[in-house]
Design a protein around this ligand. Structure first.
Ligand SMILES: NC(=O)c1ccc[n+]([C@@H]2O[C@H](COP(=O)([O-])OP(=O)(O)OC[C@H]3O[C@@H](n4cnc5c(N)ncnc54)[C@H](OP(=O)(O)O)[C@@H]3O)[C@@H](O)[C@H]2O)c1
Length: 328
């Protein structure tokens, strides 16, 4: 039996990768930083290990005896981190982590990047071939900027012979989203109290399909390749209506014009600065929304057999999990 380690195993994507590896018969070491979200691993036949990937000795320990690592613990910046600092932190993390990977003799690493590294293409669907360049040719929101810089750094390791495959999930909806990120949208529209929405294009994928895709990338993926783990292209309005249908609540009725949305976003940022929380609607999201993103995951379907669970089913599973764990 082959042994694999999942870094970030208690995270939204990591928890699904763990399950996909178990389904394929791997012996799994599930690594996480803090025990707080261990409920994602409850009842699973895995070896649990605590590890801060920023600490070389701790990372070396969890890689011992493993041929495969699936890295779902990549840095992503908080909304208030200054741009240059966020880029530096992301790049420094890649350097530190991949130096330890390189020294550990792993046969393969799957690096979980993001579909935010794919350039939107007016008039057609974007694919893996539409990679944003680094340094950037034009302004991008902070999250995308950092993910693009980190992905290019990972590809440099591949060019120097390191065996890595990259997967690029779109907006993930599913169970185990314990620190809700994309799940915040689902929870918001499931309350039925949001009267407005900002209409833009996004791509939604069931997180269980991302887990299966990441494992298929480990087994069949081409080294140095990037695979878009995506599924349904929708507008936010369509997503909001689908969530409302599943939750049995009233959908939002009014589409918010762009300038009004920017004003509202600035307001949520101001509130967040005072309450020291993440803003409900950051301005970067609104700016990103203006361009939208429509994706074509044909390569992952063809080469990895990426499953495509319907969006409503993903919403149903996410909401059931949220409700079961007291999220409202
Ligand atoms: N969710 C999405 O829709 C989505 C879409 C595309 C790409 N992504 C990317 O995929 C990756 C995983 O996302 P996610 O949604 O699964 O995130 P998540 O739910 O926040 O989980 C992140 C996991 O990584 C662990 N982690 C973070 N920093 C660590 C460190 N220094 N050492 C060890 N473990 C650490 C966390 O442990 P702690 O609980 O201890 O912090 C947690 O287990 C991220 O890089 C994200 O940008 C996510």
């Amino acid at each position: 039996m082959s042994r694999a380690v999942v870094l970030g195993a208690t995270g939204h994507i990591g928890a699904h990768v763990v399950r996909a590896l178990l389904a394929k018969g791997y012996a799994v070491r599930a690594a996480y930083r803090t025990p707080r979200y261990r409920l994602a691993l409850e009842g699973l036949p895995v070896e649990q290990a605590s590890c801060d990937i920023e600490e070389a000795a701790s990372l070396r320990r969890v890689l011992e005896g493993c041929a495969l690592a699936v890295h779902c613990a990549g840095y992503y910046p908080g909304f208030t981190t200054p741009r240059d600092r966020a880029i530096a932190l992301g790049l420094e993390q890649i350097r530190r982590v991949f130096e330890v990977f390189r020294a550990s003799g792993l046969a393969r690493v799957v690096y979980v990047s993001s579909a935010a590294t794919i350039a939107p293409q007016p008039g057609r669907l974007s694919t893996e071939a539409d990679q944003e360049p680094w340094p950037l040719a034009q302004w991008k929101p902070l999250y995308a900027t950092v993910k693009i810089a980190m992905e290019h750094a990972v590809l440099r390791y591949h060019r120097h012979g390191f065996p890595v495959v990259i997967v690029n999930p779109s907006v993930c909806v599913g169970e185990y989203d314990a620190r809700p990120f994309s799940g915040r949208l689902v929870l918001l529209f499931a309350r039925g109290t949001m009267p407005v929405y900002l209409d833009y294009h996004l791509n939604v994928v069931y997180t269980g399909d991302v887990g299966a895709g990441a494992v298929a990338a480990a087994e069949q993926g081409q080294l140095g390749a990037r695979y878009l783990l995506a599924h349904q292209n929708v507008t936010l309005g369509e997503l909001a209506h689908a969530v409302a249908r599943v939750a049995g609540v009233r959908p939002p009725r009014w589409r918010l014009p762009y300038p009004v949305a920017m004003g509202a976003a600035a307001l949520t940022e101001a509130v967040a600065a005072v309450t020291r929380t993440e803003p409900l609607l950051p301005r970067s999201t609104v700016r990103l929304a203006r361009h939208g993103q429509r994706l074509d995951p044909a390569r992952a379907r063809r080469e990895l057999g990426l499953p495509q669970t319907p969006m409503e089913e993903a919403i149903r599973r996410a909401l059931a999990w949220f409700r079961q764990h007291g999220y409202r």
